[in-house]
Design a protein around this ligand. Structure first.
Ligand code: SF4
Length: 410
């Protein structure tokens, strides 16, 4: 069986991620600096500039999924009233907390629990679930929960949208000032936004390496290497990491190294990863000589609008331009743009049971793309964290048949 090729940078990434968790743990133990929880596409730049160390519970929930422990803990959240049909990041994370479990304690010696926050800060640009999730902890620990209420189904991002969100960012900074006791340093904010932009640009360059044929990386590599872009954007460490990764990928391209030996087909993955099945899925596509070259999910951490010279409006724009909050016309155009860029042969839509927000196959979008541009697609049923919603056998059969069908078209 073909082996999954590992990038050397993976070792460095492990260290970067370990440092991140140890930094937060040290802050909790020392009571300084203050700890903020942040949603994955929340106002991380502002929090860092205000001196918080920042923890991302979605990253924790993804670790629960990848370590296949999520399904053990989801029932504990269901038992206190959370439906099995809402976000399985939320239910896995809350359930694990209720049972006193965190995979961090297993991975990182000396860390015994998730960090208790001084404040929880969300942005509803991705979904309402994150707000409900954070409010649960806020009630539990009696700490403030603040956030940005975003627009949804946005077509063109207008100045009115930007002004609305920018105003909320400024109000959020005032409310956070009351928690830190320090006024926001605008130079620090500018610097953090620039660092975040650099990280974002480098991350985009990494992902666009997959436009090469053969591609040196796949979606499955992306889900692992995106860690620093999610949890450390706004820091020099993340920038340095992506410079290293990019260099290595460039070497692979120069030497003609393929992530999928004998690459025959190129696929776009739409929707969430199935965290507990990353390895199996990566191996399935290796066997099918298919490179999953692009995904909506990994692209979600590209924030090209960020501009340190105009931090408020640029943060507002960057966090409103996200794919997930856009209308279907925008999404259709986006897939066509990506088709040109990555030259993919077809799209796999992952219909994630507990994340309708990241499942774009429920309102006829795949069929419209097929009608307009002849893009073949297949939909598989599954979930990000709740493996009870994923029928592996059925998914494999569908994917195999889909690739065979692509072969007939070539
Ligand atoms: S976007 Fe989906 S996976 Fe992410 S927090 Fe919201 S419901 Fe959960």
């Amino acid at each position: 069986m073909a082996e999954i090729r590992k990038l050397k940078a993976a070792k460095l990434m492990k260290k970067v991620m370990a440092d991140h968790f140890y930094e937060i743990d040290a802050a909790v133990k020392a009571g300084n600096p203050k700890v903020a929880w942040c949603t994955s596409v929340g106002p991380a730049e502002l929090l860092r500039a205000m001196g918080f160390v920042v923890y991302f519970p979605e990253n924790h929930a993804a670790i629960l999924g990848a370590s296949r422990t999520a399904t053990d803990y989801i029932p504990a959240a269901n038992a206190i009233g959370y439906s099995p049909e809402i976000c399985s990041y939320l239910t896995a994370d809350v359930g694990a907390y209720l049972k006193g479990f965190t995979p961090l304690a297993k991975i990182y010696e000396g860390i015994d629990s998730i960090p208790k926050p001084d404040v929880l800060v969300y942005n509803t640009n991705q979904c309402r679930d994150v707000k409900d999730w954070f409010e649960w902890y806020a009630r539990r620990w009696n700490v403030p929960c603040l956030g940005i209420e975003s627009y949804v189904n946005v077509g063109a991002v207008t100045d009115t949208h930007v002004a609305g969100i920018s105003g909320q960012f400024k109000k959020l900074a005032e409310d956070l000032t009351a928690i830190t006791g320090n006024k926001l340093d605008m130079d620090k904010l500018a610097e953090t936004v620039w660092l975040s932009r650099k990280c974002s640009d480098l991350w985009r360059d990494v992902l666009e390496m997959a436009t090469r044929k053969p591609s040196p990386l796949t979606f499955f590599d992306g889900t692992i290497h995106m860690g620093p872009a999610v949890v450390m954007r706004g820091t020099q460490v993340a920038v340095d990491y992506y410079e290293t990764l990019l260099k290595e990928l460039q070497e692979w391209v120069d030497e003609g190294v393929a992530a999928v030996e004998g690459e025959k087909y190129r696929i776009y993955w739409e929707g969430m990863p199935i965290w507990g099945k990353l390895r199996e899925n990566a191996q399935l596509f290796l066997r099918l000589k298919t490179a999953v070259v692009a995904s909506t999910y990994c692209n979600s951490w590209i924030f090209s609008a960020l501009d340190g010279d105009d931090p408020w409006d640029s943060m507002a724009r960057a966090y409103t331009e996200l794919f997930i909050v856009r209308d279907d016309d925008y999404k259709e155009d986006y897939f066509l743009k990506m088709k040109k860029l990555f030259d993919y042969d077809g799209i796999i839509f992952h219909d994630a049971k507990t994340c309708p927000n990241n499942s774009n196959c429920r309102y006829g979008l795949p069929q419209r793309l097929q009608g307009k541009a002849g893009i073949p697609f297949v939909t598989i049923d599954g979930d990000l964290n709740d493996l009870r919603c994923y029928s592996e056998e059925q998914a494999i059969t569908k994917i195999e048949a889909f690739i065979e069908q692509l072969g007939e078209r070539k």
